[in-house]
Design a protein. Structure first.
Lengths: 160, 284
């Protein structure tokens, strides 16, 4: 119904019960209703990748999914990457390689890269470049993003 | 950039979904599968469906199964499913080659094969596969189930034979003989972008000669189709640069390219020539 629905989102293992209109996108609900504003909204039509989150482990564009479709699903956002004060290897390598300038696209790139490497820890350089073509960075720091993801892939694999 | 309000339906079974599309199809009801084409058009408000029937909760639609000589792809099988060894043999190898060209990874985790086929964008890779391999669309309604050959299904740019009370429950592709060779090449300006043109070829070798050749093009015309003129130049001949060039020339001559602001018909015709040649080299 156009009327609101009560749904439960598990975001970074925290439960959020919210009441939303079916037309609300997942990214809007994550930000506005659940207060997790680390997920950024860029183009709102699935082109830029800034809003990428993991839904049951898969990287998805959260602007192309309705929040009601994520009812009961496990969502990981940028807020869940670090372990307390300890940054995720992907975050550490982004900092080390100066892979962000304005930082707007960064949460999307981090979730994309972490999600893909958790599925396939053995991505080669060509596959990494192909993967990163999914998202846009208007500061165009792509070379440093590629370097950071390559470095993080090694660390993630060693720690797995 | 926010979709307009709609009434949201979540059928639990195929029967229920068919009932809902019969009732709401004529009232601007739409099926929501992967949503990777529909939701952007809703965000732009180019589409304002009154009803969305979300079929993602119907477990039988997740099935990807081989029965005899047929691969059946359920309505909710995602693009990403083909980037694996889930489909065996020559058909699986072909689908793995093609899937790499579809949008980007986070789109492939949501978008569906059947959704792409029904959306019938001229630049859809799966439409090109369906046309080239003579796939079948399985459409179900309260009136019954019918199988529509790809060549009859596509009628124009984003226009198909699907009726407003019908739901595509699966698409079917033939399992190609084990020694089938395939090649797929597309051209787009940016990685993951809509292809300006694409070509898919398959053939087998018998005593060094090409048999059962298939040449399909997509993106170039209003919908993907087989180019029999190009297939005729290949049949019964040994693969090689000369015959590949002749097939490419035949495809370029036979096609009737669409035009847009960036690409003239002549430019697309040139691409068809180049891509058919490259896909043949790719298959050899």
């Amino acid at each position: 119904m156009t009327s609101k629905r009560e749904i439960t989102l598990h975001i970074n293992e925290r439960e959020f019960r919210v009441v939303v209109e079916p037309r609300r996108t997942l990214c809007d609900v994550i930000r506005d209703d659940c207060g997790q504003t680390g997920t950024h909204i860029g183009c709102e039509h699935g082109v830029c990748g800034a809003c990428t989150v993991l839904v049951d482990g898969d990287p998805v564009r959260s602007c192309l999914m309705f929040a009601v479709q994520a009812d009961g699903r496990h969502i990981r956002t940028i807020e869940g990457l670090a372990d307390g004060e300890k940054l995720h290897p992907m975050q550490e390598e982004f900092a080390r390689h100066h892979a962000l300038q304005c930082g707007f696209c960064t949460p999307g790139f981090l979730m994309l890269a972490v999600g893909a490497l958790e599925k396939n820890p053995d991505m080669n350089d060509e596959e990494i470049v192909d993967l990163l073509s999914s998202n846009l960075c208007r500061c165009t720091g792509y070379e440093n993003i590629i370097k950071a993801v390559r470095a993080a892939a090694v660390v993630m694999k060693a720690r797995a | 950039m926010k979709p307009a309000p709609f009434t949201y339906h979540t059928p639990a079974s195929a029967e229920e979904a068919v009932e809902l599309i019969a009732r709401f199809g004529p009232e601007d009801g739409r099926i929501l599968a992967g949503g990777q084409s529909l939701v952007p058009t809703m965000a732009f408000r180019m589409a304002r469906p009154a009803h969305l029937i979300d079929i993602n909760g119907i477990s039988e639609f997740a099935a990807l199964a081989v029965t005899g000589e047929t691969l059946s792809i359920g309505a909710c099988v995602r693009h990403a499913a083909f980037d694996s060894d889930a489909v065996p043999g020559a058909t699986g190898a072909l689908l793995r080659k093609v899937v790499q060209n579809i949008a980007h990874y986070p789109i492939r985790t949501r978008g569906t094969f059947c959704g792409s086929v029904v959306n019938a964008d001229p630049a859809s890779e799966w439409c090109c596969v369906m046309a080239t391999l003579d796939g079948q669309v399985v459409a179900r309604s309260q009136r019954g189930t019918r199988r529509i050959a790809a060549a009859d299904f596509y009628q124009g740019i984003m226009t198909t034979d699907l009726q407003e009370d019908e739901l595509v429950v699966a698409c079917e592709l033939p399992i190609l003989p084990p020694n089938t060779r395939s090649g797929f090449v597309e051209f787009s300006r940016r990685k993951g972008d809509f292809a300006v043109a694409m070509a898919l070829v398959t053939y087998r070798l018998s005593d060094g000669e090409m048999i059962e050749p298939r040449v399909g093009i997509g993106g170039a015309e209003s919908h993907a189709r087989r180019i029999t003129e190009a297939e005729d130049t290949l049949r019964g001949r040994a693969p090689g640069p000369e015959v590949f060039a002749q097939a490419a020339e035949a495809a370029a001559a036979a096609c009737d390219p669409i035009e847009d602001i960036n690409n003239t018909a002549d430019y697309r015709r040139g691409l068809v020539r180049t891509l058919v040649q490259r896909s043949l080299e790719n298959a050899a």
